[in-house]
Design a protein around this ligand. Structure first.
Ligand SMILES: Nc1ncnc2c1ncn2[C@@H]1O[C@H](COP(=O)(O)OP(=O)(O)OP(=O)(O)O)[C@@H](O)[C@H]1O
Ligand SMILES: [Mg+2]
Length: 570
């Protein structure tokens, strides 16, 4: 169907702000024009790269509508097609390329007919694609994008001058669409989509790419234990896919808050991770205030306790009798009711498996050392995956790691020595709206990281099914947004926060397939594009993984499947 040399239609009207209207040629079926398709318009001087955003049926005369032809009258249908009845498409121009303007391609590109053939890309350095500043003139011809067009815009994976990673393919062609990973890790990013659309798979793909291309080190807070080791894939038959430690055994380390569950799943050499009360700060409690049902008054009193007892205040509080609390309140102006409520509510922390009163070994420092050594760390939660645990542990660990990065970045700024330059760190969090909700975003470390961007070489990869819950200011800092299907209007609006021309892309997003399709837009791609997500399968393991796919015995496959089923409560 796609032949990039046959024109599909002519530009008939439009504007830079609203997009272009294209009337399809009679022999082109509207049914082939799918929203999200990548098209090019050959203008007189420039070539425009566009995204198809809408399809419409048109008729030349109202009489045809009032008196439609008999569907069996092929002859009349044929006579009308193209003149009386026609299809139109709306396209949004995103990028333009003008031969001769600082580009390595000669002036011959400026002639309407010869330019198509002359559009050949030798290397990415040849081309300068610019944001659209104008539109093609009347009746410019519209074509399917060719492989060369895709290469020109999205590059290719083995380009030695860039760290490109192929994230998928366009809807109707077999060419890779690449993300520029250096640009990707420069800002915080998001993977969005409703449940079951492929967010976790996309995240695994992206992180594999980052590891493979050495674009950054990763710290992943793996709420559902699906990134580090073996994850279940939905489908008719029960099957699993490899985790990152299996793909990159020498580079990924798993830490677990629930060693038993992790061992049960057959994970080899995961490291235990314990946190202690003295590592919990008031800020951490504020973040889980909702989960623990803490009042503002309790938190105020927590401050009084902390300033009196120092780091060990929680342990001391948990051991206080009512009389001691009474005494404390008389001396230090605390509020007895609030402190007792605080004590009662903090008792809940005692039930968390990984929290210790005191912990001789500092596990967070150990994680930091792993990251410093260039290892990627996945923190598994096992049975401790409730919101309270996830938010508490994630915040505690991230706060310390961020602090160390701030020091390292300052050191680098002072010395300007390239060896002091910290390796970029990407922190992956799930259910991100819980951390980045407007009401708490100003108090959490995640809000800080999202807002300060790459200043300290730390960025976030947020994975979320409810982007409308994320604070607007944070959302507008999200550099690259990879979005699977979303239905809720508010969520769709959130995706386009701070994106100019976002309105025309709404229809593209709302019409994605429910699985393995995504709209990619932002910092790491030159223009918005719809991709069929790259399959995360044995072929991918072979292309990207550290070792090639090793064969497992049937027993091993069966045992792993049983363990995974048991963990999921099948
Ligand atoms: N790139 C891919 N390669 C192979 N299979 C995929 C891919 N993307 C999605 N799938 C299929 O879609 C299913 C759902 O994907 P996934 O688990 O990533 O959804 P999700 O968006 O993370 O859902 P939830 O919000 O419930 O966590 C997978 O189990 C898998 O079968
Ligand atoms: Mg998921």
């Amino acid at each position: 169907m796609t032949n990039p040399n046959i024109p599909l239609g002519s530009v008939i009207q439009g504007s830079l702000s609203q997009g272009l209207e294209v009337r399809l040629h009679p022999d082109v079926s509207v049914e082939d024009m799918r929203v999200g398709k990548f098209l090019v318009v050959q203008g007189v001087r420039s070539r425009f790269f566009c995204l198809l955003t809408d399809v419409t049926l048109g008729t030349a005369s109202a009489r045809i509508l009032t008196n439609p032809p008999d569907p069996s009258d092929d002859f009349l249908l044929e006579v009308l097609a193209g003149n009386g009845t026609f299809g139109t498409i709306e396209i949004s121009p995103m990028l333009m390329f003008t031969p001769g303007e600082g580009n390595g391609v000669g002036e011959n590109g400026s002639k309407k007919d010869s330019s198509l053939a002359s559009f050949e890309v030798q290397s990415s350095a040849d081309l300068q694609l610019l944001p659209v500043k104008t539109i093609p003139s009347h009746f410019s011809q519209v074509y399917d994008a060719s492989e060369a067009d895709f290469r020109a815009v999205f590059g290719w994976e083995d380009d030695p001058t860039r760290r490109n990673f192929a994230i998928g393919q366009p809807l109707d062609m077999d060419v890779p669409i690449c993300l520029d990973l250096d640009r990707f890790v420069e800002r915080s990013n998001g993977v969005f989509g409703k449940s079951g659309t492929g967010k976790s798979f996309l995240t695994r793909l992206l992180i594999s790419g980052i590891i493979r291309k050495k674009a950054a080190v990763n710290l992943m807070f793996d709420m559902h234990s699906e990134y580090g080791w073996e994850a279940v894939s939905e489908g008719k038959q029960f099957s699993t896919v490899k985790g990152l430690r299996q793909l990159f055994p020498g580079q990924v380390e798993i830490y677990t808050l629930d060693p038993e569950a992790t061992k049960r799943r057959g994970v080899r050499d995961a490291q235990e991770l314990y946190l202690s009360y003295d590592q919990i700060e008031i800020e951490d409690l504020r973040l889980v205030g909702h989960e623990l049902n803490l009042s503002e008054a309790s938190l105020d009193n927590a401050n009084i306790l902390a300033s009196e007892f120092g780091k060990s205040w929680i342990v001391q509080l948990l051991n206080m009798t009512n009389e001691e609390i009474q005494l404390f309140c008389e001396e230090k102006q605390g509020h007895k009711g609030s402190i007792m409520a605080l004590q009662r509510k903090l008792m809940r922390l005692d039930s968390l498996k990984y929290i210790r009163s005191v912990c001789p070994h500092n596990y967070i420092d150990q994680i930091l050392q792993s990251l410093d050594a260039g290892k990627h760390v996945v923190v598994e939660f096992g049975s401790q995956s409730n919101m309270l645990s996830y938010m508490l542990a994630t915040n505690m660990i991230t706060r310390r790691i961020h602090k160390s990065y701030v020091q390292k970045a300052d050191q680098f700024l002072r010395s300007k020595n390239p060896q002091d330059r910290p390796q970029p760190l990407v922190i992956t969090i799930e259910e991100a709206h819980r951390f980045l909700d407007s009401s708490i975003v100003h108090q959490t470390i995640f809000g800080t990281i999202a807002r300060e961007m790459r200043k300290y070489f730390v960025t976030l990869l947020v994975v979320d099914q409810r982007p409308s819950g994320i604070d607007n200011e944070v959302m507008s800092q999200v550099g690259t947004r990879i979005t699977c299907l979303l239905n809720d209007d508010k969520d769709i609006d959130a995706i386009f926060t701070g994106v100019s021309g976002g309105q025309s892309l709404r229809s593209v997003l709302a019409k994605l397939d429910s699985k393995q399709q995504a709209l990619v837009l932002g910092h790491a791609v030159p223009m918005p594009v719809v991709v069929r997500t790259r399959a995360y399968d044995s072929q991918f393991y072979e292309e990207i993984g550290e070792t090639s796919w090793e064969e497992k015995s049937d027993e091993e496959v069966f045992a792993a499947a049983e363990a995974a089923k048991a963990d999921l409560g099948f």
